[in-house]
Design a protein. Structure first.
Length: 276
């Protein structure tokens, strides 16, 4: 067993207000770290272009404080762009990434291959050209080449045990986006390694992405954490709470005078009202 302290994190994006689903994620990560006398970090994932609103980071801090959580804040993603570029350059030089200029509309018009994350990218650009992305191009990972290089590798989730990493269901996912400094997949993998995260806690809707994250860790020689994918908070229609669906913000409840400590205990017990 490792002698390193257990380190968890909560990594919100300032493209919308936090809701009860975020509260659950933060509380799960906080409580696991606290029980192990470990560290609970917060990292602001602020590279979502014009959708990012820096002022929301202060709202997030007030929300977590209102819920009674204590954390260490680590540098935001916007301070780490060089690390993303360096990692992508390394993967390009090894022939593991390729440029893709396909639009969402073009991909949607191709014969459908559906994976765990929705419609897969079928690799239309894979054999067209090699090298770094030009203007208007994203960089995708050649999953088959990547798997050939890393061989069989596993990742461990505290709830489901050992899993053989197989990202084929997601297809050749984007590693460097054409409109942003990096994709979620690359940035979060590098950031967790840089921050010394030993237990990645997040919602079970992100479980499938762990396959590609584990492959990236192996390709980039990064430390390998354990994962804990917790259940989701669902609305009355059985859909997960989401910013894009207008889920009620925590900040509204806070500003209305609700007791955050009481709400936090209700979240722990999964006995709360969603609000309106």
């Amino acid at each position: 067993m490792s002698d390193l302290p257990l380190v968890t994190r909560f990594a919100p994006s300032p493209n919308g207000h936090l809701h009860l689903g975020h509260a659950l994620s933060a509380i799960v990560a906080h409580d696991i770290a606290k029980a192990a006398n470990g560290r609970f970090l917060m990292r602001i994932e602020d590279i979502d272009g014009p959708r990012s609103h820096p002022e929301l980071a202060d709202e997030f801090r007030r929300d977590l404080e209102w819920l009674g959580l204590e954390w260490e804040e680590v540098p935001a993603q916007s301070t780490r762009l060089d690390s993303y570029a360096e990692a992508a350059s390394d993967l390009v030089e090894r022939g593991l990434l390729y440029p893709c200029t396909c639009t969402r509309k073009e991909i949607a018009s191709l014969p459908k291959r559906t994976g765990a994350d929705g419609i897969e990218f079928p690799g239309s650009c894979r054999d067209k050209c090699d090298g770094a992305a030009g203007e208007g191009a994203a960089l995708r990972i050649d999953v088959e080449r990547a798997l050939a290089e890393v061989g069989e590798i596993v990742w461990v989730d505290e709830k489901i045990g050992s899993v053989v990493a197989d990202p084929r269901a997601l297809g050749d996912v984007v590693i460097m986006r054409k409109d942003l400094p990096a994709s979620y997949n690359l940035a979060v993998t590098l950031d967790d390694a840089a921050d010394g995260v030993t237990l990645v806690t997040r919602g079970e809707d992100l479980l499938e992405t762990t396959h590609i994250h584990r492959v990236l860790q192996e390709l980039l020689k990064l430390p390998v954490p354990t994962w804990h994918h917790h259940e989701l908070v669902l609305d009355e229609d059985g859909e997960k709470l989401a910013k894009r669906r207008g889920s009620p913000p925590l900040s509204d409840r806070r500003k209305a005078g609700e007791d955050g400590l009481v709400l936090a205990e209700q979240v722990r017990l999964r006995n709360f009202e969603l609000g309106t």
